[in-house]
Write a protein that binds this ligand. Sequence first.
Ligand code: FE
Length: 133
Amino acid sequence: MDDLKNKTNDYWKKNLSPEQYHIMREKGTEPAFSGALYNNHKTGMYMCAACGKPLFSSKTKFDSGSGWPSFDDPINKQNVILKDDDSLEMHRTEVLCRRCGSHLGHVFNDGPKETTGLRYCINSAALNFKPQK
Ligand code: FE
């Protein structure tokens, strides 16, 4: 699994939907309120849609009103990479999957103050949800 960072664009085109490919491999963003998971309130785990790595627990999900799934913490900071992103003439922090290098979304400092103060704003299309049995 650890060679996933070296997979070709062809590999990802075959293994992701066109929407997932655009978001995860070309750093796209799905339209707000369009995704399958922003309004998901079930208990379970959110995994990277490209490689299956567990990334966020439903325990850290909150309703940010942004239209994208929002979390105040990853399940383990080692599972994600944070990277400066100065595209679109603004400074943001990009969130990527540590295992496969896929783009997930961005993290902002306007999350719940009572916990981490962070808002991991993640594309629905970059996540697969596994309900807890
Ligand atoms: Fe991944």
